[in-house]
Design a protein around this ligand. Structure first.
Ligand code: GLU
Ligand code: ZN
Length: 273
């Protein structure tokens, strides 16, 4: 039987922190314990935030931790042709529409409509303003999924979470964006296309992405992609209980390293000694 395939897929839009190290180390341990492969994928579709410096730094931090990722490393910014193909497939199924709403308009709607249904992260669902308008597609507009139609087409969906079946409910996310304005793809689309492309069998990632798995299962079924197993792990928390975030200046691996902390100490701190 082919060995399981694990991957760590950071978005280097800042420096990697302890949360990233935990996820990468857990993937590495599970791969080792199962005789599996360990891949690295750089999720850099957002070229403005994922700068070459951040990408190089992320790769250097992971090398410093001593993680045995296979080469070559897949970079999503080089995979646009594959995403376009997947988008064309969804277009042919008549499951996408062009949305020209601005962030401001959406925020105004959200504020003005406290009663509007919300997604699992508390955002108001997209009200469907553009659903019935035949906007011309351009780089300045986004593509959204016709969620009701897509979910009906896919039928009942589930995923395996740590070996147990979980019911997927993509409808609770509404008409999600499949191609972002000016980017041409989205996290959801790219992640399912690349997990399939890399032959990933086991997705081990943070609990914060658990609910989004519903969207990923839907896209996998619509695009005829294989179904991986999922394992969402607890997030490493700040002393105050909130999740670590580079945007809030939580200590990066680079800062810890500069302060003289060794890779062994990081492993120990995170319970991987
Ligand atoms: N790139 C995503 C992130 O850093 C994670 C992707 C995934 O593991 O599915 O949040
Ligand atoms: Zn719109």
């Amino acid at each position: 039987m082919a060995p399981p395939v694990f991957r760590f897929a950071p978005s280097p839009n800042g420096r990697l922190h302890l949360g990233h190290a935990y996820s990468a180390l857990l993937n590495a341990r599970m791969a080792r314990e199962t005789g599996g492969r360990l891949l690295l994928r750089i999720e850099d579709i957002d070229g403005e935030r994922c700068t070459p410096e951040n990408i190089d730094a992320a790769i250097a931090d992971l090398a410093w931790l001593g993680l045995p990722f296979e080469k070559p490393v897949l970079q999503q910014s080089r995979r646009m042709a594959a995403y376009r193909e997947a988008i064309a497939t969804l277009m042919e199924m008549d499951l996408l529409y062009v949305c020209t709403c601005t962030r401001k308009e959406l925020a105004a709607f959200s504020d003005a409509s406290p009663q509007a249904p919300r997604d699992p992260e508390g955002q108001a669902l997209y009200p469907g303003t553009c659903r019935r308008v035949a906007h011309m597609f351009s780089a300045g507009s986004a593509l959204r999924l016709r969620m009701a139609e897509a979910a009906a087409r896919a039928g009942s969906l589930s995923w395996t979470e740590k070996g147990e079946p979980v019911t997927a409910r993509p409808e609770c996310w509404g008409d999600v964006i499949i191609a972002r304005k000016g980017i041409g793809t989205s996290y959801h689309l790219s992640v399912v296309v690349d997990d399939a492309f890399q032959g990933v069998t086991d997705i081990v990632r943070g609990e914060d992405l658990r609910e989004q798995t519903s969207i990923h299962r839907l896209l996998q079924v619509l695009l005829g992609l294989p179904e991986p197993r999922y394992h969402h792990h607890d997030l490493i928390r700040h002393d105050s209980g909130r999740k670590l975030a580079k945007s809030r200046g939580d200590e990066s691996l680079a800062d810890l390293r500069a302060a003289g902390v060794s890779a062994d100490q990081i492993r120990m701190l995170l319970g991987f000694a």
